[in-house]
Write a protein that binds this ligand. Structure first.
Ligand code: ADP
Length: 458
């Protein structure tokens, strides 16, 4: 762990209380409720809470050092370091700590698929190495810093996702994580409120390379037109491309969906199987295969790890409820992940109807209305028999589905209650129902309704 001297050097802070304690600190915490004895407590100011309010509690629980950005009382005998900004200081401490570890660090960014790719890579590497990965979707400056600070001497690899809402965030997170392998999943219209357009998203996400050393590897999805620019930039000698449609270093071929539940594909003559019928997951698996091969895991080991893996909740999670196939994709929604949800629906075979339920995509700023119209045009070209749109922006999608394809029955609702009533009338055994987010729209309520309703009725 770090010493006080190292923390002072990393943050440029001043010791304003207590003595220069010898020895090392046991971990870093920003939450006084979960703080463990011996931890450094960094009093970050969040959106809702200010850590400075919990100094006394942190001290009571055994904090061994306090990092603050204003003078505080209640430190008792605990040393206090004053810094300008505690959130920045947390990143600086993590950055200094990371330098103690000469291990592969795989960082993943992109508009969709970060968490799934992180879990796949960690599963593959975990078949042979002791791996640390970020929990759930903890991919912002707090999550990344705390994950890095969770490294222990026995860890042999770190797999971490880097998320962004605003320009500059990825560069900072990459500086903290110092990846040796960078993975880019795709570039789509995500978080446009902060990143403006796809070019803005590309520029932001590709800042991940700035954290990478000359010996680092860059892995990306070659089917993505924005990411393909990377090959042309010639800045990165160690590029590995993955793809399905385009010729790539690792290209998945013969992709086949089995029984609406699994997917098989071949890479250079080796067969792989995934526990999902969602075609987009092949890209994530390709990145995991590259990482596995780079870290000397056998294809057999990679195949076994991928085959065992089940996917995160609300991410194209598929289950059968009384003869109805329900795909819960309510975790989030943006144009990239809506397109991939449609591809999943198209890849499945239904005895009955295919029902696609889609709610508003949020955080798209001024592009909200045109992107919802475009969403409608994609649905119009899909194999859906019924489309149910939810929310004020998705009304535009309903309009363009009606215009683009008269075969599809289109219903628009402003509330989940309306969707539930509609499904009561419509949904029958043999149907496939895909429910797409986004997070803010809490569409998991529709999936819960289907559970209750179908179990009662059939
Ligand atoms: P993120 O962490 O980037 O938000 P997740 O792995 O949580 O991504 O997946 C979020 C959504 O994106 C889900 O709907 C999932 O099905 C979809 N998705 C996963 N991987 C990909 C991919 N490679 N391309 C496009 N969409 C994807």
């Amino acid at each position: 762990m770090l010493t006080l001297a190292q923390i002072l050097a990393a943050t440029g802070g001043t010791l304003i209380h207590g003595r220069r304690a010898p020895g090392r600190f046991a971990g870093v915490s920003i939450d006084s409720r979960t703080l463990k004895r011996g931890n450094v407590f960094v009093a970050v100011r969040g959106k809702n809470l200010d850590g400075h309010r919990f100094i006394a509690q942190a001290v009571r629980k055994g904090a061994s050092l306090l990092v603050v950005s204003k003078k505080v009382s209640g430190a008792k005998g605990v040393p206090v370091v004053l810094v300008k900004d505690t959130t920045v200081a947390l990143g600086q401490i993590a950055c200094a700590y990371r330098k103690n570890f000469d291990i592969p660090v795989i960082a993943i960014t992109g508009s969709a698929g970060k968490t799934t790719t992180k879990d796949m890579i960690a599963a593959v590497l975990g078949s042979k190495l002791t791996v640390l990965k970020n929990e759930r979707t903890l991919n912002n400056q707090y999550g990344v810093s705390l994950t890095v600070l969770g490294l222990k001497p026995d860890h042999e690899a770190l797999v971490i996702e880097l998320g962004t809402n605003n320009p500059g965030e990825i560069e900072w997170l990459a500086a903290i994580a110092q990846p040796t392998i960078a993975v880019l999943t795709n570039i789509g219209e995500s978080h446009l409120a902060g990143l403006k357009n796809r070019m803005g998203v590309y520029k932001e996400k590709s800042a991940i390379f700035r954290g990478i050393g000359a010996k680092g590897y860059v892995i990306f999805n070659n089917d993505d037109p924005y990411l393909r620019r990377i090959s042309g930039e010639k800045k990165h000698p160690r590029i590995i491309t993955c793809g399905v449609e385009r010729k790539s270093d690792l290209q998945a071929r013969q992709i086949k969906v089995k029984n609406n539940r699994k997917m098989c594909f071949q890479v250079n003559g080796h067969g792989f199987i995934l526990n999902t019928p969602a075609p987009c997951y092949v890209y994530n698996a390709l990145a995991a295969i590259v990482c596995g091969r780079l870290l000397k895991i056998s294809d057999r080991g990679i195949k076994k790890a991928l085959e065992k893996l089940t996917f995160g909740s609300h991410r194209q999670q598929i289950r059968e409820i009384r003869g109805v196939t329900v795909i819960d994709d309510t975790y989030n929604s943006n144009p990239v992940s809506v397109r991939t949800a449609i591809k999943t629906l198209d890849a499945l075979t239904a005895r009955g109807k295919k029902i696609f339920i889609t709610a508003d995509m949020l955080e798209l700023g001024a592009r909200s209305t045109p992107l919802h119209r475009e969403k409608g045009r994609w649905i119009a070209r899909s194999s859906a028999d019924v489309a149910i749109t939810v929310g004020k922006f998705s009304r535009h999608a309903a309009g363009s589905i009606r215009q683009g394809n008269r075969r599809i029955d289109v219903f628009h609702h402003d509330s989940v209650a309306g969707v539930s009533r509609r499904l009561k009338k419509l949904c029958q055994p043999g149907d496939i129902v895909l429910v797409k987010g986004s997070r803010g729209m809490r569409m998991e309520r529709v999936v819960d309704f289907l559970h209750r309703h179908l179990n009662k009725k059939y």
